[in-house]
Design a protein. Structure first.
Length: 140
């Protein structure tokens, strides 16, 4: 079974948690998710998550490695498990983010970025990811 891991940056704005998410490049529907990718041979989950976050946002969070909090794995579909870390980060500017390109060499893997509260994000993200956000909020 394929395993992917990523990072959910979190900040507090006016007493409310906000989550940093991206929109997959080329997708027409309004879908948003935390940035993640496959674990490569010889790589641990933290290094994968940091590498993928940098590839998909241009933001290097390696200085936050010791602050990453593991949320576990969930089954996203019959062939894929996804895991997540979270970390508090308040200085990511979505307007300055950029992504690597998918295999076609033209389409960015992530084409838009934003900070969203849970109420807005919940209907726009993968249902399997909801437990991660709830764990961060302390409701699961």
């Amino acid at each position: 079974m394929k395993r992917s891991v990523g990072i959910i940056p979190v900040k507090i704005v006016d007493g409310e948690l906000q989550f940093f998410v991206g929109h997959p490049g080329g997708w027409k529907r309004d879908y948003w998710a935390y940035l993640k990718g496959g674990i490569e041979a010889g790589e641990d989950a933290k290094h994968t998550a940091l590498r993928e976050f940098k590839e998909e946002s241009g933001v290097d969070l390696s200085d936050k490695m010791s602050e990453l909090v593991w949320l576990g794995f969930v089954k996203q579909n019959p062939k894929k498990m996804v895991g997540a870390f979270y970390v508090f980060v308040d200085d990511i500017d979505p307007a300055k983010c950029f992504s690597n390109l998918i295999e076609d060499g033209v389409t960015p893997e992530i084409d838009r970025y934003c900070w969203m509260n849970f109420e807005k994000l919940e209907p726009l993200t993968h249902p399997a990811h909801i437990p991660f956000y709830k764990r961060i909020m302390g409701v699961e």
